[in-house]
Design a protein around this ligand. Sequence first.
Ligand SMILES: [Cu+2]
Length: 117
Amino acid sequence: MSCPVLMSIRFTLAAICATPLLLATPALAEQAVQVQLSYSNGAFQPSEVRASADKPVVFRIKNLDGKAMEFESTSLRVEKVVAAKSEGVINVRPLKAGSYEFYDDFNEKARGTLNVQ
Ligand SMILES: [Cu+2]
């Protein structure tokens, strides 16, 4: 779902809304599961990651490539552009056990799976 104008409005609002909320809820931030990924040569590394069920998940995606990518997942309900040579941080709600697929919306050959147990 690439709609640049709507997306930039949404991300601006999300950034404005999320900042004070994060600062105000340190307990929630502490119990979040951190998931680190990198993206290079058009692929996720690693392409399979894990998280615990019923805890918020924070994805940290380092885009090492020279062009932007868009981290997207229908089942996780997220979509975020990560600029070239930068890191994107994406907060995800607590998840039930299962596997959740994600991909780069600018290069759908780049796919990965989050396994929640
Ligand atoms: Cu999209």
